[in-house]
Design a protein around this ligand. Structure first.
Ligand SMILES: [Zn+2]
Length: 350
């Protein structure tokens, strides 16, 4: 059985409208959040200003959302940020998560085509390719590891009737695509007591309940608007989306999402083909580098490890990351996700 793993970074969702990590805050600052902007955006930017004062001498780039998220989460562990106490820091993290979720939900657009809302273009093509591959190559097992929080891919898979599974448990299903979201997802929530993760399914249906039609012939996918009240361990499940920063300190989340990471490492270690798309190996994500190194270190039968990124300056990072044992299988393409799809498809159809 041929096993194929896709690893998708922020660049993969860029074409769908999602901002890259260093563009995120400037978009979040100006996007129209609608009537429900209960000052949470202002709270976030006030928090960032305080970080600037505190960290004036450090080299943390506070224009990057990943770094801000990591710093706020660190403040939560330390129970303080400037004059803020533990409860205020909690509210700050809550505000930031809400801002991230809303910015993503409001920036990813599904275009109207005829009388249906299709997935954003590149995920549409990707979903179609996966649909065709699964029909043509019945022995192909596909896993997708994504560093993205958004749900445009789920929408595309559902659009093409391709089943997927988030693999929260310790068995990897053979008949559906394993979709492993290493940093959580805007449609996941967590029980505050036992840490179990619950997901709101993203299903494509014409005029489906969680899409929001907009003038200009597109719709938005808004799972967070439809988080139902749900009880677990005799407590209401947290209403914040389960999303986590990509910084190295993930141990606090290990009890819940740890199994997803274990499964991701297992998929990488068993893969025949690995395709990495739109992931620029940001310095904040040391965790991924270790996961990748551990997942690929014992490989002898790997057929290919191909990296697609339109940014040529990312190449040297991969040149350094790829271990000698798999170097012969490695290729770097200065290509976008959309350009990568036919190249990947013809490789897999060989
Ligand atoms: Zn529980």
């Amino acid at each position: 059985m041929a096993r194929t793993v896709f690893i998708l970074g922020a660049g993969a969702s860029k074409d769908a409208g999602a901002p890259l990590m260093d563009e995120f805050l400037s978009l979040a600052q100006k996007i129209n959040l609608g009537a429900q902007d209960d000052n949470y955006r202002q709270k976030v930017f006030d928090g960032i200003e305080d970080l600037r004062v505190i960290q004036a001498k450090s080299k943390i780039d506070l224009d990057n959302i990943e770094n801000v998220f990591g710093a706020f989460e660190m403040a939560r562990i330390l129970k303080r940020l400037g004059e803020r106490d533990a409860e205020q820091v909690d509210r700050l993290v809550h505000s930031l998560k809400k801002l991230i979720v809303n910015t993503l939900e409001l920036s990813i657009r599904c275009p109207l085509s005829g009388d249906i809302y299709r997935p954003p273009r590149t995920y549409d093509r990707f979903g179609e390719m996966l649909f065709q591959l699964r029909n043509d190559l019945t022995n192909l097992q596909v896993s997708v590891i994504t560093l993205n929080y958004d749900v445009a891919l789920e929408y595309a898979l559902s659009f093409y009737g391709v089943e997927y599974d988030y693999v929260f448990g310790n068995s990897i299903p053979a008949n559906s695509i394993s979709l492993m979201k290493l940093h959580g997802s805007i449609n996941w929530r967590q029980c505050g007591r036992c840490s179990q993760i619950f997901s709101t399914p993203i299903m494509y249906k014409p005029n489906t309940f969680f899409t929001e039609r907009r003038k200009g012939d597109y719709c938005l996918i808004r799972p967070s608007k439809h988080f139902a009240q749900q009880v677990h361990c005799n407590e209401p499940i947290e209403l914040d989306a389960m999303i986590i920063p990509p910084t190295w300190n993930k141990t606090q989340y290990n009890s819940s999402i740890g199994q997803v990471w274990v499964n991701a490492a297992k998929c990488m270690s068993e893969a025949d083909n690995i395709f990495i798309v739109g992931y620029s190996l940001p310095p904040s994500d040391e965790f991924f580098k270790y996961l990748f190194a551990l997942g690929t270190m014992t490989r002898t039968f790997l057929d290919c490890i191909w990296v697609f990124n339109p940014d040529e300056s990312v190449k040297h990072k991969y040149d350094n990351l790829i271990a000698d044992g798999i170097r012969k299988k490695y290729k770097y393409f200065s290509k976008t996700f959309l350009e990568a799809i036919p190249i990947i498809q013809s490789k897999l159809m060989q």
